[in-house]
Design a protein around this ligand. Sequence first.
Ligand code: AMP
Length: 511
Amino acid sequence: MNRNLYQLLSAGFPKNPAAPCMILADRRAWTYGDIARASARMANLLVALGLKPGDRVAAQVEKTPEALVLYLAAIRAGLVFLPLNPAYQRHELEYFLEDARPGLFVCRPPQRALADELAACAGVPHVLELDDAGRGSLIAAAAAQPDAFKAVPRRSSDLAAILYTSGTTGRSKGAMLSHGNLAHNAKTLHGYWQFRPGDVLLHMLPIFHVHGLFVACHCALLNGSAMFFEPKFDAARALALLPQSTVFMGVPTYYVRLLQDPAFGRDTCRRMRLFISGSAPLLKETFDDFKIRSGHTILERYGMTEGGMFTSNPYAGERRGGTVGLPLPGTDLRIVSADGTAARPGVIGRIQVRGDNVFVGYWGMSEKTREEFTADGFFETGDMGSRDTEGYVTISGRSKDLVITGGLNVYPKEIEELIDAMPGVAESAVIGLPHPDFGEAVTAVVVRKKDGAGNATAQQPTESAIIAVLKAELANFKIPKRIHFVDDLPRNAMGKVQKNVLRNAFVSHGR
Ligand code: AMP
């Protein structure tokens, strides 16, 4: 049987080819018939260029319908899709092209000269262009191709995509995802979140990442749903489109921004049935405020590039703020203490996962891959967390963000939660900085609340006031040695706080 992921997705396309798939800002729609034909033309082009099953297709382009069509064409033709964040610069691009050696690199026109130069060095035979309006040599070359294409036979274990991890420490790694990995996660999420006829997804996420490309698009395509396909998150656009949507997926910052808009409320959400959050921790305060303002309980889920989604709060059961819910069907999840035994409920340990969605390994890094899997096939996620007696998982942070001070473990989240709950605090991040006596010094970086006009609020917490409150709640070794105040925390495109950036910025303040 052909396990090509395109077969699975296209089986979900509506019978009526005129049904809308992507609705753009100017209300033009790409129908399901359009994407089937356009991806066939592009798949024919990829084959005509001489690309063979298993070859990589790298794309560093903006979010457009044509970019999604390129992804569909690549998997349809049995090629391996490699999306790259448009923000990557020369140095990063050079590494990705050298490492993955794609057969085709699709770039934005302003990057053409750089792309040609780097492609020549890396031995990439073809470079084509796709601009931010969905035009360019890629589209021109595909236009003459036939608009039918039979999905190339693939086994479950054949690769469909390589996604480079954001690589905040060391080299970025290419996570190899198979047709089987992506199909398993797509079917699981589609069922678990109860996608149904009539659903309309508001899609504002980037599509170079697991969240926007796989979680969001796969659910919509498998369901034959229309998506409002917006180039990026914009609160005003969200307010205009939410009343016509039923499902929204976002990173926590999107929810914070929606709440900052006084126009957002129950009426905005009158057709909505589901708000999903992930990719970074959702503050309990945001979860609670959102419920009051919208009447909806955000469903938080947890996963990563290396395996799609691992846990989700239930669709029908209780959604608990501050938790990422329960392991998804088909995912084995365990929490392991420092001594290698299973952690008891409430005890923080390393999160390990196993399942058909878990990736094949890191591209060209077999040694690294071996290190990250246990003998019994569990993947070491690098996240720390705990489970309560009913199985709900709480994430405490990345293991590399764990602060070890005087030989004692400090989990940043425990301190961040207390600081975030103080009046006048918007958010915080706790990091460890080098310290001659303690190894690492616990350090907090705090953002103070501003009013709607961007001015400081009346309550302005000070370093000594924050430390005094923490002293009443926590053991002394967990108390930050210093509190620094900043206007904003540095975040990447997926809303994750970049603790490495903070560590570098404050490194000389450790003592
Ligand atoms: P990425 O591979 O870019 O999707 O990043 C995955 C990482 O994001 C995970 O390993 C977690 O550290 C973090 N993450 C994803 N979802 C959540 C969540 N709901 N809460 C806390 N952290 C999350």
